[in-house]
Design a protein. Structure first.
Length: 400
């Protein structure tokens, strides 16, 4: 065994979302390398039960599902459960997957190393004041910071100096995304995307830009996914979206598939003429790597993680976030120019080859080994730094 790891995350399979995919992939990599991984992930409920968490064994990983109330601060619950389990396991290293998930780890860790990972930094500073304060504290006190976006790391370094203790580790895709995109009659003029349609994905921007494309160039808008939040359909947002389709007179051209298992997404991606990412902000979305792995031509907003891996005109077409006209023009360029589509397809595949699972696994294992082999690290919280409000309520933990 190489070390006992506490891995605290906002999402974990079978939860829906890119964060869940990434957390599951990283944990699997660590387990294969001989680390003893203990995952702490939330179960969001309307009312807290008497039990604090459940425990299961999943693929040689122990998974603790911590009950938290929907849309409330979960740190107290996670702190109490992690502290209790740590008293028995005695973790060697803590990893918070998303900055706020590292905060309870820092409170428990004392002088042991803590990794804090985040995707994009912009969403953090658009959140509430308390969340920004927690994120700032984590940036200050974590032993090491990672992100799937080098651009976001630079932005974070302006807020808290972290250049000396941070690194870019890209997402990767493997397995189910074998195969290669080809342009043929059945996928011609089909514009699509694949995602959990959260607010940041700005799907209304995509459909608006699609509606601006000349009708002779477009045939169908294929939306692989659904409007999901906390693993449940957001009926209000979805109804607003359906109304927008009616307003734009493209309801009969748009197909929303609903949530799809990952092993089915590849076939949908290959059925597109062009893949579009219309996000307002991002880390590095798995979907864009999935599309690139298959060689689907890509049009994307120029958001943080995308800027790290894509080159405009070579691996895809990039447009400013929120720019409906520019997005529509870029989509039309790909639909009307087969030579450009084939050039972007080849560039996307070349880009994806540099983002291999082997490279990602090597980066994580190297970082873990470095921190586990190190001497006393700076930036750790002693017990005296733990806010009193995390030491009282629900201090007695129990498992089902």
């Amino acid at each position: 065994m190489r070390g006992k790891i506490c891995f605290s995350t906002t999402e974990y399979p079978p939860d829906i979302g890119g964060g869940s995919k990434s957390a599951g992939r990283i944990v699997s990599m660590l387990a294969r390398e001989g680390f003893e991984v203990h995952v702490f992930a939330p179960i969001k409920v309307d009312v807290l039960p008497s039990q604090t968490h459940t425990v299961t064994e999943e693929n040689n990983v122990r998974v603790y599902r911590v009950y938290i109330e929907k849309r409330t601060n979960h740190i107290k619950q996670f702190y109490n459960v992690i502290k209790k389990i740590d008293s028995d396991v005695k973790f060697d290293l803590f990893h918070g997957f998303f900055l706020h998930m590292a905060y309870p780890c820092i409170l428990v860790s004392r002088q042991r190393p803590v990794i804090a990972s985040f995707r994009g930094i912009d969403a953090i500073w658009m959140s509430g004041t308390e969340y920004r304060m927690i994120a700032t504290e984590v940036l200050k006190k974590a032993s090491w910071i990672t992100s799937v976006s080098g651009v976001s790391l630079k932005k974070a370094d302006v807020i808290v100096p972290i250049a000396h203790k941070s690194s870019f580790i890209s997402n990767s895709i493997a397995g189910a995304f074998d195969g290669e995109w080809r342009l043929f009659a059945k996928n011609r003029r089909i514009v699509g995307t694949a995602a959990n349609f959260r607010v940041k994905k700005n799907i209304p921007l995509l459909v608006s830009a699609y509606s601006d494309v000349d009708k002779t160039l477009r045939n169908r808008l294929l939306l692989v996914g659904d409007f999901v939040d906390y693993n449940a359909i957001e009926t209000g947002r979805k109804n607003e979206f359906l109304a927008l389709l009616q307003e734009l007179s493209i309801s009969d051209e748009c197909l929303i598939t609903g949530y799809m298992d990952n092993n089915k997404v590849a076939e949908y991606l290959k059925s597109m003429h062009v893949f579009v990412l219309s996000s307002d902000h991002e880390g590095l979305p798995n979907s864009i790597i999935e599309a690139a792995t298959l060689g689907v031509p890509i049009v994307s907003t120029a958001v943080d993680g995308v800027l790290d891996i894509m080159e405009d005109g070579k691996t895809g077409l990039l447009v400013p976030p929120g720019d409906r006209a520019a997005l529509g023009r870029a989509i039309a360029r790909v639909l009307s120019d087969d030579e450009l589509a084939m050039k972007l397809s080849a560039g996307a595949r070349q880009m994806a080859e540099a983002l291999s699972p082997e490279k990602e696994q090597k980066a994580w294992v190297s970082l873990y080994d470095k921190l586990l082999d190190g001497n006393q690290l700076e930036g750790q919280a002693d017990q005296a730094d733990v806010p009193a409000r995390y030491l009282t309520a629900r201090s007695k933990t129990s498992a089902l």
